[in-house]
Design a protein around this ligand. Structure first.
Ligand code: SF4
Length: 360
């Protein structure tokens, strides 16, 4: 089984904290872009069955429903889609989009990942988002009314001025919406972004201890509402884990199409240059090999430790087994079923440090 990923790199406005690849939205460019995606699908759609399709960005919800439909028709024509393919689209919650959501459902999207981020207007404003809390709520409710029963929302943690009370209000709003999944990320200050130069906002960021507290608060509240943590940033109602994202963490194959898209396919990891014109003007997308022997044991172990299912003790090195009791006594990892190790929420809050100790 393979996943298909389409990178749609257009955004109406650049968010000040974002360093993802994106370009300003121009309607004419999207037509050429969609045509190029379809050309690429015709040229080298995966031969094995595709069971997940993911439109990420950027802002895929800037494409029209007809354009999304054209891409999905090409998937059906050139690839072997499984009967219950998970088809996700990242959706920016701006404006009144009832008809658009209805049309997306009709063309085959069956999962939405909505960029809500927060349900505090003050927080959204500080983050430079163009939508407000009411837009996020309305988008989720409208999507549900239009037949989307698998909805994920993004939640941003450790934002400037994000107190325990502010986060608590956001979490309660979020968890009472008809959603099945939450992706909760700690805000990162990326070099070169406007956020990295905004001294007022930088001064208002929570320190490391407060960031860990916000993360643990999110884990605990989401668990109380029935969202089980299954990965460092991912929480789902039972049976609604993101099948597409699981491919990344389980080292399963996926093929990316679009400027800036990554793939791990045919035993190689490769990327398409972040160049929209080059993508639109090439018959087949140019690619650069990043790794010609990906998914070796060490990488698989690192990815497994990001998930709550963890790794088998037999996969750890002698050195890692030596530090394990110390990490366990400090509450960062747990050993279960006698032979598996996984990080605890406290361990996930500082996962980079804990995982690197287990990889030594
Ligand atoms: S909408 Fe998403 S991809 Fe676009 S600039 Fe904002 S955070 Fe980045």
């Amino acid at each position: 089984m393979t996943g298909l990923y389409f990178h749609i790199p257009f955004c109406a406005k650049k968010c000040p904290y974002c360093d993802f690849f994106s370009v300003p939205y121009h309607k004419e460019t999207t037509s050429q872009y969609v045509a190029s995606i379809i050309r690429n699908l015709a040229a080298y759609a995966p031969e094995d069955t595709v069971d997940t399709v993911y439109f990420g960005g950027g802002t895929p919800s800037l494409l029209s429903a007809a354009q999304i439909g054209d891409i999905l028709n090409a998937c059906a024509k050139y690839a072997h889609l499984s009967e219950n393919t998970e088809i996700t689209l990242e959706f920016n919650p701006t404006g009144e989009r009832t008809q658009y959501l209805r049309d997306l459902r009709k063309v085959g999207i069956n999962r939405l990942s909505i960029g809500t981020q927060s349900f505090s207007d003050a927080q959204l404003s500080l983050l430079g988002r163009t939508h407000r809390a009411a837009d996020g709520i309305r988008t989720v409710m409208t999507a549900y009314e239009q037949g989307f029963y698998n909805i994920s929302c993004d939640l941003m943690l450790a934002c400037p001025h994000q107190s325990e009370i502010i986060l608590s209000e956001t979490l309660n709003t979020l968890a009472n919406l008809p959603i099945t999944h939450v992706s909760a990320y700690l805000l990162q200050v990326e070099e070169g972004t406007p956020l990295s130069r905004n001294t007022d906002l930088l001064a208002a960021l929570p320190d490391d201890d407060a960031s860990v507290d916000r993360y643990l608060q999110a884990v605990q509240t989401l668990a109380e509402y029935g969202f089980r943590q299954y990965e460092v940033s991912s929480f789902a109602k039972s049976g609604f884990e993101s099948r597409h994202n699981m491919k990344y963490w389980k080292c399963e194959p996926f093929l990316g199409i679009g400027a800036g898209a990554h793939s791990c396919y045919g035993g190689k990891r490769f990327a398409v240059p972040k160049d929209v014109a080059a993508f639109c003007n090439s018959r087949i997308q140019p690619t650069e090999i990043i790794d010609d022997a990906p998914c070796q044991a060490q990488e698989k172990l690192m990815l497994a430790l990001r998930m709550t299912s963890g790794a088998a003790l037999s996969e750890l090195s002698v050195n890692a087994l030596k530090v394990l009791p110390r990490l366990r006594n400090a509450g960062y990892v747990t050993v279960y079923d006698d032979d598996r190790v996984s990080l605890t929420p406290k361990g996930f809050a500082v996962s980079n440090a804990v995982i690197s100790m287990l990889l030594e």
